[in-house]
Design a binder for this molecule. Structure first.
Ligand SMILES: C[S@@+](CC[C@H](N)C(=O)[O-])C[C@H]1O[C@@H](n2cnc3c(N)ncnc32)[C@H](O)[C@@H]1O
Length: 198
């Protein structure tokens, strides 16, 4: 639910939405933040009924959660982000948006209880451990072993989720996801995948 009148113009296109960010964060958008057309499809799939609770694993500057909360006002969107500066940016965006169905936490996703959510959004958040191309910054340690640790942790969590759990991946290889998740749709050159646990 919204607490104040939303500025609908913000959601017209990515350029307009991204103007809310500093120029450094805007420059990262093409590689690291989900585009609005992806967010709209993903959020609609992840929130099939009012009250759905969705977590964005690695919420960055908050773009997915904020836009998703705008498109699906009956659902609650949660973001967990390891970088404190990005967490602060997402909190600022939340304030500007006037949305009350979006929530951000600072921390590592392995530290929170993922049992509470019936939908998960995952934009290949651990990839920066494998490739130095276009990294967000140098504020954290990167390593292939950290990638494996996070990827295995998430795989196990996904395996333990109940039947019916909805998952959307963006730029994620299918062998990173347990086979119990069935593909129900894909698009944007197969980069976006809509899955349901069976
Ligand atoms: C590709 S960005 C996606 C941002 C956002 N989900 C979006 O779509 O706009 C991935 C984010 O995941 C964060 N991240 C990576 N590993 C993480 C971890 N273990 N715990 C929490 N956040 C993490 C990174 O800091 C980065 O901000």
């Amino acid at each position: 639910m919204n607490t104040s009148s939303p500025n609908l113009n913000l959601y017209q296109n990515d350029e307009t939405f991204d103007l809310q960010f500093s120029s450094r964060i805007q420059k990262l958008s093409k590689i690291h933040w989900s585009p609005l057309n992806i967010i709209k499809v993903a959020a609609t799939f992840l929130a099939p009924q009012p009250g759905s609770k969705i977590i964005d694993i690695g919420s960055g500057a908050g773009k997915f959660c904020i836009a998703a909360a705008h498109y699906c006002p009956e659902a609650e969107f949660y973001g967990i982000e390891q970088r404190k500066n990005l967490y602060h940016i997402s909190q600022r965006l939340k304030k500007i948006s006037g949305l009350s169905n979006v929530h951000f936490t600072h921390g590592d996703f392995t530290e929170i209880n993922l049992k509470d959510y019936n939908g998960i959004y995952f934009f290949n958040s651990f990839a920066e451990n494998l490739s130095s191309y276009g990294r967000i910054d140098n504020s954290i340690q990167y390593s292939p072993s950290l990638y494996n640790y996070y990827a295995n942790y998430l795989y196990k969590i996904l395996e333990e989720k109940p039947i019916g759990t909805r998952l959307v991946t963006y730029h994620v290889d299918e062998n990173e996801i347990p086979t119990s998740y069935r593909l129900t749709g894909s698009g944007f050159d197969q980069k976006l995948k809509l899955l349901i646990k069976h």
